[in-house]
Write a protein that binds this ligand. Structure first.
Ligand SMILES: NC(=O)c1ccc[n+]([C@@H]2O[C@H](COP(=O)([O-])OP(=O)(O)OC[C@H]3O[C@@H](n4cnc5c(N)ncnc54)[C@H](OP(=O)(O)O)[C@@H]3O)[C@@H](O)[C@H]2O)c1
Length: 268
């Protein structure tokens, strides 16, 4: 299939999605275009990915078959406030990546566009992303199928009702940042006990990846997998006790809650 995919506001997330689509081969035969706010960003992007870049949202969206909206949530309304922009996306699938921007807002700004809300994350760049989709009122089964194929090609993808999108944003949208802090802290422990920094980071990253893959591949509850590592009177239970003293569970759960609550207000 050949189509033209336009990313209106192609920064970190837009690049991750397009980079993943190209790496997976799903974007084979497609053409890609993108817009940015500054000429410097447009030039950098054109050097990095096989995309035509410009500062002209209307011209780019006009030639699109599918439009991805990748600007910051606070910018979304102003993009559609420009005369001609709503017409440029009319009759097309509009996939919004914007945290906190509701389907009803997008449908009001771009009447006639078939809206799909998406919440991906940055590991899409290496095809290890997690994306949740919510279709708008006029998105067709074909639209949703195409959006699913696109995001499945850059990782896992599931469809949920829009009411879950803020929680999704706080968990998997922001989650790579939280995971990196945990990873770095584990590596710090290894460094404190004498490991070279690069070795400690490799060990921490592969261990987190391995544990995560075990959960996904076995479908077992994480607590069951944790118990299997925990020998009575051993070193792991000693470490787990110290984690509990640091209230790591409630801190992480509240981290997601806080991020979700902030996400809920981003589109206002
Ligand atoms: N980053 C994440 O991990 C993540 C995860 C999930 C969802 N999201 C969502 O993805 C969206 C983008 O986030 P991001 O982190 O990719 O932001 P970003 O890196 O700042 O990218 C935003 C892009 O929009 C461009 N832009 C700004 N105003 C514009 C305008 N009027 N017309 C066209 N382009 C314009 C910027 O251009 P310049 O470079 O020239 O300023 C930049 O390229 C957000 O809505 C966010 O909620 C992000």
């Amino acid at each position: 299939m050949s189509l033209h995919l336009s990313v209106i506001g192609c920064g970190t997330m837009g690049r991750a999605v397009v980079g993943g689509l190209l790496a997976s081969g799903e974007g084979e035969g497609w053409s890609f275009g993108a817009t940015t706010h500054s000429a410097e960003s447009a030039a950098r992007l054109a050097a990095e990915l096989p995309m035509e870049t410009s500062l002209d949202n209307i011209a780019e969206a006009t030639r699109a078959d599918v439009v991805i909206l990748g600007v910051k949530p606070q910018m979304a309304a102003s993009v559609f406030a420009v005369p001609g922009m709503a017409d440029a996306v009319r009759g097309k699938m509009l996939i919004s990546l914007c945290a906190g921007v509701r389907i009803a807002q997008l449908e009001a700004w771009a009447p006639g566009a078939r809206v799909v809300r998406a919440m991906p994350n940055t590991p899409a760049l290496i095809r290890e992303g997690m994306t949740v989709l919510s279709p708008g009122s006029t998105a067709t089964a074909e639209d949703l199928a195409l959006a699913k194929r696109m995001f499945q090609s850059v990782g896992r993808c599931r469809v949920l009702e829009e009411k879950h999108m803020d929680a999704v944003t706080g968990l998997s949208g922001s989650g790579p940042a939280f995971a990196c802090v945990i990873l770095e802290a584990l590596a710090d422990g290894g460094v404190m006990m004498g490991l070279p920094r690069d070795v400690a980071i490799e060990l921490a990253a592969q261990t987190m990846q391995g544990a995560a893959r075990l959960v996904l591949q076995t479908g077992e509850h994480p607590a069951a997998l944790r118990d299997r590592v925990t020998t009575p009177a051993g070193c792991t239970i000693a470490g787990l006790f110290r984690m509990e003293e640091g209230r790591v569970r409630s801190t992480l759960a509240r981290t997601v809650q806080e991020a979700a609550e902030v996400a809920a207000g981003l589109g206002c």
